[in-house]
Design a protein around this ligand. Structure first.
Ligand code: GSH
Length: 227
C-alpha cells in the first residue's frame, strides 16, 4: 500500500493520476501547499526533509527522509510507469522513453522550478522584497515563451505529447495546462493543440477519478475541458 502526500491541483496531481492509471492500492495524505501546517510542518519535514509534495511512501530504497519515500514528480511518474508496465504509461522503446524523460525534466526543472517559482515564490530568487515584482514579471515572460514552445511542439498533429501513445507526460502537462489558466493565460484561445490533448486526457476514467478526489472536477478550468 502506497501513501501519496499531495496538495489539490499541485504537481502531485500527476503522480495521483498515475496511481489511478496503474490500479495500485494507495492512501492520499493531504499536505496543503497553502499553509504552514502543510508542507513545512515539523512532522512532515521529518518524513520528507525537502518539504514539498509530491512524495510517495512505499517505494523500495531510501534517499533522504523516511525509508521508502520517493520524491520528485518525475521520479515518481517514471517509477510507477516502470513498476506497472501493463498500464503502458511510458513507451516501450528506448527513444520513446527518453523523449518522455526529456519532457518531464524540462517541465519540472525549467517550467515549474524556474518560471512558476519566479511568479509564485519570488522570495526563492531574491531576498529584497522590492525586487519581487521584477522577478515575477520575468517569470511570466519565461512562461510566455515556454507555453508557446509547448504549443508549437504539440501542434504537429500528434495525439499525445509523445506520439506513441498516452503517457505520464500527458498527465503532467494537464497540471501545467491548469496552472496556465490560474496565471491568466487564455489556454483555449492561445494554446488550442495543447487544449485538445488536455481535453483528451480528462476523458480518461483514471484522470477523472483523481480530479474528483482532489475536488477539481467542479472547477471552471477543468469544466471547460469536458464535453
Ligand atoms: N522538484 C519538485 C518540486 C516539488 C514542488 O515544488 N512542489 C510544490 C507543489 S507543486 C510544493 O510542494 N510547494 C510547497 C512549498 O514550496 O512550500 C518536484 O518536481 O516534485
Amino acid at each position: 500500500m502506497y501513501r501519496l502526500y499531495y496538495s489539490p491541483g499541485a504537481c502531485s496531481l500527476a503522480p495521483h493520476i498515475a496511481l489511478e492509471e496503474v490500479g495500485a492500492r494507495y492512501q492520499l495524505e493531504l499536505r496543503s501547499t497553502k499553509n504552514s501546517e502543510g508542507t513545512s510542518s515539523p512532522a512532515y519535514l521529518a518524513i520528507n526533509p525537502k518539504g514539498r509534495v509530491p512524495a510517495l511512501l512505499g517505494v523500495p530504497g531510501r534517499s533522504g527522509g523516511a525509508a521508502g519515500l520517493l520524491t520528485e514528480a518525475s521520479a515518481i511518474l517514471v517509477y510507477l510507469a516502470e513498476a506497472y508496465p501493463h498500464a503502458r504509461l511510458l513507451p516501450a522503446d528506448a527513444a520513446g522513453k527518453a523523449r518522455c524523460i526529456e519532457w518531464l525534466n524540462w517541465l519540472s526543472e525549467t517550467v515549474h522550478g524556474m518560471s512558476f517559482a519566479q511568479v509564485w515564490r519570488p522570495q526563492r530568487f531574491v531576498s529584497d522584497q522590492a525586487l519581487f515584482p521584477a522577478v515575477a514579471a520575468k517569470g511570466r515572460e519565461n512562461l510566455d515563451e515556454q507555453y508557446a514552445y509547448i504549443e508549437t511542439v504539440l501542434a504537429d498533429g500528434r495525439p499525445w505529447a509523445v506520439p506513441q501513445g498516452y503517457s505520464v507526460v500527458d498527465a503532467f502537462l494537464l497540471v501545467f495546462w491548469r496552472w496556465g489558466s490560474r496565471v491568466g493565460f487564455d489556454m483555449h484561445g492561445a494554446y488550442p493543440a495543447w487544449t485538445e490533448i488536455a481535453a483528451r486526457t480528462v476523458e480518461r476514467p483514471a484522470v477523472r477519478r483523481a480530479l474528483e478526489q482532489e475536488g477539481l472536477d467542479s472547477e471552471p478550468e477543468i469544466g471547460s475541458l469536458l464535453p
